[in-house]
Design a protein around this ligand. Structure first.
Ligand SMILES: *Cc1c(COP(=O)(O)O)cnc(C)c1O
Length: 461
């Protein structure tokens, strides 16, 4: 590669932190479909979204033409505390597997929140602060997003109200206390503090809550409070944008050592860490400059890409958020109760969905017992105790490395290790005790979820 062609010099500063995020939509031939109003089915514009999101974030959400968005200095200053994150060559793993493949992983668990979610949390908190807002509301399921957001809000002096699904609130007291330590106000959902919460409690006394209900409570709270906006930690295109620091750093680190990836793997729940990791590589693939396999890995118990349909759907169970065109299992789909491995979202980011639809990326689903086998294997060899979500990517990276052992190919395999699993020891316990099982939804299960898709002209599936 000649000096002039090295791409990382364009957007890396002296301390190896990107100076811009990269929006892959600018280079996509088929853009993701626009967001629609859930009631009128009309395209949503800037003014329509102002009551819910910060102005600057709406601009990012609606952008499809500008490839590079400058990262404000204040955000870069925060990133400097934990970025660039390490891109690690898994020498021990390669040796143990006896594979000729070279395995690299980009580790996002090196911050207190323990995952990549802080990359977007800090950006969202910054834009809220800059707009002069008092605080933000959000929901959290397992708690990673709530933790990241509380850290970001405390840094910028913003109030943070988190609605945490009641069963997690009770089962994961340590997550809750981390959030409270950073100053967040954590309410178990459903709660008595909102109309929708009171209604659900009256209808289903003793319910342990759901993400859909927590979203509804967070949005209602935001609407009734002056100076607040609602924020979320995945799925939206703005979140994928902020996560591209992962991919840009990976690209520059690989380029430094003249490594060209053959396979890039990431786990996909709502698609944000995957979208961030692959963005620059998807760009090069679209432009015909890179020939590599990009694999999204999802749980077999929640298989939106591999078994869902590509259609407009609600982003939440409460059906109040905008409609997004995506691969979906239907907003009413709930993975079976024995599923402990995360990545439970019914849909997939619009950007990831379109890239998959256009064949730029492929998708694979894996069973949770095989995921935890991979997690345990990885922990014992590489030392890091991975998040169950991230372990989906480990599973496929191992499978591909084993294939290389059989074919003798020395492929470069890069995977995203999105976080650590210290708050998921209940799931590890089930695996260690041998009580973990797999459930793969039947076609009838999926049909039921899909029956709840919005019916309107043009929404064919
Ligand atoms: C939230 C989370 C995910 C899934 O979210 P995406 O938006 O699909 O990235 C994956 N890994 C970890 C560690 C998470 O906390």
């Amino acid at each position: 590669m000649s000096e002039k062609e090295i791409p990382y010099k364009i957007y890396l500063s002296e301390n190896e932190l990107p100076v811009s995020w990269y929006d892959v939509r600018a280079d996509m031939k088929n853009k993701p479909a626009p967001l629609l109003d859930p009631v009128t089915h009309k395209e949503l514009g800037f003014e329509d979204l102002r009551g819910v999101f910060c102005d600057e974030l709406i601009k990012q959400e609606l952008n499809t033409t500008e490839p590079y968005i400058t990262i404000p200095t204040e955000i870069r200053d925060f990133y400097k505390m934990f970025r660039p994150s390490p891109l690690i060559r898994a020498y021990c793993l390669e040796k143990k597997l006896g594979t000729p493949a070279h395995i690299y992983y980009k580790f996002e668990g090196n911050n207190t929140s323990g995952s990549h979610k802080l990359n977007s949390a800090i950006a969202q908190a910054y834009y809220a602060k800059k707009q002069g807002l008092k605080g933000v509301t959000t929901e959290t399921g397992a708690g990673q997003w709530g933790t990241a957001l509380s850290m970001a809000c405390s840094y910028f002096g913003l109030d943070c109200k988190v609605f945490m699904v009641k069963c997690s609130y009770e089962q994961k007291p340590f997550r809750r206390e981390v959030m409270r330590t950073y100053g967040a106000n954590v309410t178990p959902s459903p709660s008595e503090t909102t109309e929708v919460g009171r209604r659900i409690l009256a209808e289903h006394p003793g319910t342990t809550g759901s993400l859909g209900c927590a979203i509804s409570e967070a949005v209602e709270t935001e609407r009734n409070l002056e100076g607040y906006r609602y924020v979320l930690g995945s799925v939206m295109s703005q979140v994928l944008l902020h996560q591209t620091v992962i991919g840009l750093e990976t690209e520059s680190a690989l380029a430094k050592y003249d490594v060209v990836p053959d396979i890039i793997v990431g786990c996909a729940g709502g698609g944000s860490n995957l979208g961030g990791l692959i963005a620059p590589f998807a760009r090069d693939k679209i432009k015909g400059k890179l020939d590599c396999q990009i694999i999204a890995v999802e749980p077999a118990s929640c298989p939106s890409l591999t078994r869902g349909v590509f259609a407009y759907d609600y982003c939440d169970t409460g059906k109040i958020t905008p409609l997004q065109k995506m691969y979906t299992l239907g907003s009413g789909f709930i993975p079976s109760a024995n599923h402990a491995g995360g990545l439970r979202y019914h849909g997939m980011s619009a950007v990831i969905s379109q890239l998959y639809h256009d064949g730029i990326i492929e998708a694979r689903s894996v069973k949770q017992t095989e995921v935890f086998e991979a997690a345990q294997y990885f922990a014992r060899i590489e030392g890091i105790l991975p998040a169950p979500e991230s372990s989906h990517a480990i599973r496929v990276a191992l499978d591909e490395a084993i294939k290389c052992r059989e074919t003798g190919e020395a492929k470069n395999i890069v995977f995203g290790l999105s976080g650590t699993g210290y708050f998921d020891m209940k799931a590890y316990q089930a695996f260690n005790d041998g009580t973990m099982s797999d459930y793969i939804p039947t076609d009838a299960d999926l049909k039921q979820g899909l029956s709840g898709l919005p019916q309107f002209e043009g929404n064919t599936f």
